[in-house]
Design a protein around this ligand. Sequence first.
Ligand SMILES: [Zn+2]
Ligand SMILES: [Zn+2]
Length: 78
Amino acid sequence: MKRGQRFRCMICGSEVVLIRAKTGAVRPVCCNQPMTLTKDSVRMYRCPVCGSEAGVIREKSGGLRLICCNVPMQALAA
Ligand SMILES: [Zn+2]
Ligand SMILES: [Zn+2]
């Protein structure tokens, strides 16, 4: 499992993002069906000062910046 992996319910369109990946296998279920792993994972960022984490769900303009504690948040390896 990787941080930022994204699952979608093909029936109702619900989406789940994996924020913290450990050793277990996350298998979300919705509408009585296993949710489908999508190809586009969410880019995760962490603040180097306080440890806050954020994920970019959708970026439209290309000018998106994540700032926390007055410093840019750092992209995390998937
Ligand atoms: Zn569903
Ligand atoms: Zn911070």
